[in-house]
Design a protein around this ligand. Structure first.
Ligand code: NDP
Ligand code: 2IT
Length: 445
């Protein structure tokens, strides 16, 4: 990195010493920006870098709630409103025991550039809690969500900040959160949350959007060489929202998806994942992938293992951050994987990304390839404003057009800056320029 960028990074390290994921996300973006900082001195003159790495607002709050045994529990809630240059803060809520301020800041930082790439006028934010929904009853989850929203409501709004789901937050949680927001505000502000149920303001294809978009992006990457997913063997990690719809769309494109996983272990299914069975177990029974393997004759379960040693042509990490390290990347490369497209946020470590680069593996960073989720959230906001509900086909067509546009923008930017095929540089530079130009025009704030 050039000296000025290095100094910005050192300040971030000094200010945020115990937030490794945030530092990792910042470093990856800053490393890409050298050519654009060199060619646009006004960015340095107006301290764009110094401002863009500092969240506009960070909120931490107590979330007390009562469990089914009548015990009072206390969790911590977060909302980081990172950048509003392009529109209201927009980004998901994560409920997972690993959540802390650094995790939410890394996610919020990534969201700023991802949202810019969608071209839809949304700023970046993220929130969540260290609450663990696993093993909680519906009523416990409801009481937690109500308490969480009782504080969060004062910080969000239709034109201020619009949360959605992420790990541990799906349709059930969005329903409880919306109900409490509506009660407190005495106002049916449909567009204040996205990922809503279809009967009260949700968008068709929002559940599908992240997984579908990731696979659409992978298809475009292969398309640059006249190739496609047809006939490919694909490994997917995770078994939640993003993973299941990535599996569905990869199968629709004619690929065989041979894996899924959760934090307890990995499944290899030589016949290809039976999505109907996986959904029954995950969504209806709220079970584990081990239960899938127990019911599926062609599947093996590997407790405590991940999916990255399974031979495949394409890898779609759809679980969590840093789930592919240098060792896993070496396994992927050794097995002949030609393409990695991220459905999760920052699932590859910097060492893994370096290994892909050296081996010539096509690689799409999450902020580009998983942008279909938030893009469709913005389409949900549009439908809410217009009091309309578009058809599944309409939303999917818009989603695909957005994914193709992001793909082409990343490629063209990488090419313009002398790094053809580098989707990391393409995504970081094009997302950054859109935010930076808006910040320049809006003055110092
Ligand atoms: P879900 O909660 O629906 O599913 C998460 C999946 O990942 C589960 O299978 C979960 O297993 C697994 N997982 C979570 N944490 C870990 C861990 N520490 N180690 C191993 N496996 C883990 O979440 P989503 O599918 O919505 O999110 C998955 C990823 O996609 C996240 O990185 C998220 O930030 C990203 N993303 C999500 C979007 C969305 O629209 N939902 C949009 C863009 C990105 P277990 O049940 O054992 O925890
Ligand atoms: O990481 C992400 O982009 C999301 N979790 C979706 C955010 C959103 O507002 O739909």
């Amino acid at each position: 990195m050039d000296q000025r960028i290095e100094r910005v990074y050192e300040t971030v390290v000094t200010r945020n010493p115990v937030e490794p994921e945030f530092l990792q996300a910042v470093r990856e973006v800053l490393e890409s920006l050298e050519p654009v900082i060199a060619s646009r001195p006004e960015y340095s003159d107006m301290a764009i870098l110094e401002r863009i790495v500092e969240p506009e607002r960070q909120i931490i709050f107590r979330v007390p709630w009562v469990d089914d045994e009548g015990h009072v529990r206390v969790n911590r809630g977060f909302r980081v409103q990172f950048n509003s240059a392009l529109g209201p803060y927009k980004g998901g809520l994560r409920f997972h025991p690993s959540v802390n301020l650094g995790i939410i800041k890394f996610l919020g930082f990534e969201q700023v550039f991802k949202n810019a790439l969608t071209g839809q006028g949304i700023g970046g934010g993220k929130g969540g809690s260290d609450f663990d929904p696993h093993g909680k009853s519906d009523m416990e989850v409801m009481r937690f969500c109500q308490s969480f929203m009782t504080e969060l409501h004062r910080h969000i709004g239709l034109n201020t900040d619009v949360p959605a789901g992420d790990i541990g937050v799906g349709g059930r949680e969005i329903g409880f959160l919306f109900g409490q927001y509506k009660r407190i505000q005495n106002s049916f502000d449909a567009g204040v949350l996205t990922g809503k149920s279809l009967s009260w303001g949700g968008s068709l294809a929002r559940p599908e959007a992240t997984g579908y978009g990731t696979v659409r992006f992978a298809q475009s990457m292969l398309g640059t060489e006249g190739d496609s997913l047809e006939g490919k063997t694909v490994i997917v990690s995770g078994s939640g929202n993003v993973a299941t719809f990535a599996i569905e769309r990869a199968q629709a494109y004619g690929a065989t998806v041979v894996s899924c996983s959760d934090s307890s272990g990995a499944v290899y299914d030589s016949a290809g994942i039976d999505l109907e069975l996986l959904r029954q177990i995950k969504e209806v029974d709220r079970g584990r992938v081990a239960d899938y393997a127990a019911l599926r004759p062609t599947a093996q379960y590997h407790s405590g293992k991940n999916v990255w040693s399974i031979p495949a042509d394409v890898a779609l990490p759809c679980a969590t951050q840093n789930e592919i390290n240098d060792h896993d990347a070496a396994r992927l490369i050794g097995n002949g994987v030609k393409l990695v497209a991220e459905g999760a946020n920052m699932p590859s470590t910097p060492e893994a990304i370096e290994a892909y680069r050296e081996a010539g593996v096509k690689y799409a960073p999450g902020k580009a390839s998983n942008a279909g989720g938030v893009a469709t959230s913005a389409l949900e906001m549009q439908q809410n404003s217009a009091r309309q509900q578009w058809s599944f086909e309409d939303v999917c067509a818009k989603l695909d057009a957005i994914m193709i546009d992001i793909h082409d923008t990343c490629l063209a930017t990488a090419e313009n800056f002398g790094h053809p095929g580098d989707y990391v540089l393409g995504a970081n530079v094009s997302g950054f320029q859109r935010v930076a130009d808006a910040m320049l025009e809006q003055g110092v704030n």
